[in-house]
Design a protein around this ligand. Structure first.
Ligand code: UD1
Ligand code: CA
Length: 455
């Protein structure tokens, strides 16, 4: 089999996105568009990859430098001009797979079928096409008696050509030497004054070379992203694919269309997801965990059997069999041991909470280490910040903290200690001690009558 070089076109400005961000860096299910394309190419085992960058080149190259070769297209004069940049690298006898960085839904199965078709038919070029109910905006495939004749862009098409439903997906296979000679002949004589890659086909056809088309079974794979509406459409399709994938792997999703799972998320069987739940980033959810309703999880590990309800968790690690929420907020650096309970209106940041510990209601725990089986009374706050620096609170195993306690950090409480409710704790407390900090309660008998007699 000839050597395959993948070329990904990603230099365009993405004018129609009306955004400062280069088009291929827009996120789709949590990953930039370009990553989706490179993932598919890597899945095919293609080693040689070259991405053409131009607009926003620093951002794009920084992002992909470790996985793709990079060529710069100084001026974005069209898709053909982008491909011309690869001329010095193209080998005569290799197969060139050309992809667009804005076409993230193509599956690696489709690409592999395209390559197979191209190689078996021994064509000079093969165009990946799709049948679209609404082909507006795409290049149309012109055929006569089923034989490929060329591609006409929307802006250059006459009304008859606009009625063609078979479109150019912008993904192609080329025989190296044919592509090289055709690229040298294209000119910008068209409605947009650009060097169209699609003009290569006109040249190949007039040279009598064999061009094949290969049509995708699923036209949604061909969706090109040129504006924010198409980005949202593609995202809907991808989220639907991801949900179906995980359901087939044994995940239960109630009201699937209200649940959004990013591309890199890993779930396990018997995970149960309630409606209105979003799972993002590099999150891993283990067997039997229950998430939602109304829960957002970003870059978290959630242990098996844990339950997170109506809560937000970011960069946190939740052990097995924990109960979180309703209405809890786990911030970066939170680590919950096995069987921890974090209840309603509790915020935890940069803290390790030991096995079996409970923080059930209305608390803020920041920069803290809590041992095992600690009980934190309602309304307890760690005062970790003095306006300049952050300080640590440490509480030993089995300590009972009464409600409405303030820990003025830095402070360390031993094991098996008791803190009286309502205390503001400023000094360390040893193991097994009771610490109470309260002014004495005054009781003035018959206060109401005395007040009345004062008139
Ligand atoms: C292109 C095709 C069209 C096809 C459609 C599929 C051409 C002339 N037209 O149109 O037939 O139906 O894709 O989605 O090829 N790019 C560069 N440098 C440039 C211009 C573009 O690298 O100078 C890159 C873009 O970043 C993008 C890709 O090429 O990733 C496609 O460019 P775009 O402008 O989106 O082409 P379409 O108008 O969609
Ligand atoms: Ca496009």
């Amino acid at each position: 089999m000839p050597q395959i070089t993948a070329v990904i076109l990603a230099a365009g400005k993405g004018t129609r996105m009306k955004s400062e961000l280069p088009k291929v860096m827009h996120l789709l299910a949590g990953l930039p568009l370009i990553d989706h394309v490179l993932d598919k190419v890597e899945k095919l085992g293609i080693q040689e990859k070259v991405t053409i960058v131009g607009h926003g080149r620093e951002i794009v190259s920084d992002h992909i430098a470790n996985r793709s070769g990079i060529l710069v297209q100084e001026k974005q004069l069209g898709t053909g001009h982008a491909l011309i940049q690869t001329l010095p690298l193209l080998k005569d006898d290799s197969t060139i797979l050309v992809l667009s960085g804005d076409q993230p839904l193509l599956s690696s199965e489709t690409l592999s079928s395209l390559l197979r078709h191209h190689q078996e038919s021994k064509a000079s070029a093969t165009v990946l096409t799709a049948m679209m109910d609404n082909p507006f905006g795409y290049g149309r495939i012109m055929k006569k008696n089923g034989i490929f004749e060329g591609i006409v862009e929307e802006k250059d098409a006459n009304p008859d050509q606009k009625g063609i439903n078979e479109i150019n997906t912008g993904t192609y296979c080329f025989h190296g030497s044919s592509l090289k000679s055709a690229l040298k002949q294209i000119t910008p004589q068209n409605a947009q004054g650009e060097y169209y890659l699609t003009d290569v086909f006109k040249i190949l056809v007039s040279g009598g070379l064999k061009i094949e088309t290969f049509c995708t079974a699923d036209p949604s794979e061909a969706l090109g992203i040129n504006n924010q509406v198409q980005l949202a459409e593609a995202e809907e399709i991808l989220y639907d694919r991801i949900r179906k994938y995980w359901m087939m792997e044994g995940v239960t999703i109630m009201n699937p269309s209200s649940v959004f799972i990013d591309a890199q998320v890993v779930l396990s069987k018997d995970v149960f997801i309630y409606p209105f739940t979003i799972i993002k980033g590099n999150s891993r959810i283990e067997e039997g965990a229950m998430l939602g309703p109304g829960t957002t999880i970003i870059n978290c590990i959630c242990g098996s059997g844990s339950r997170i309800e109506n809560s937000v968790a970011r960069d946190a690690e939740i052990g097995k069999n924990c109960l979180v929420g309703p209405f809890a907020y786990l911030r970066p650096g939170t680590e919950l041991g096995e069987g921890v309970k974090v209840g309603d209106f509790v915020e935890i940041k940069n803290s390790r909470i030991g096995e079996g510990t409970k923080v059930p209601h209305l608390s803020y725990i920041g920069d803290s280490i809590l041992g095992e089986n600690v009980n934190i009374g309602a309304g307890t706050i760690t005062c970790n910040y003095d306006g300049k620096s952050k300080y640590k609170t440490v509480i030993g195993n089995n300590t009972f903290v009464g409600s409405n306690t303030n820990f003025i950090a830095p402070v360390e409480i031993g094991q098996d200690a008791i803190i009286g409710a309502g205390s503001t704790i400023t000094k360390d407390v040893p193991d097994k001690a009771l610490a109470v900090e309260r002014s004495q309660q005054k009781v003035i008998e018959n206060w109401q009558r005395a007040k009345d007699s004062r008139g």
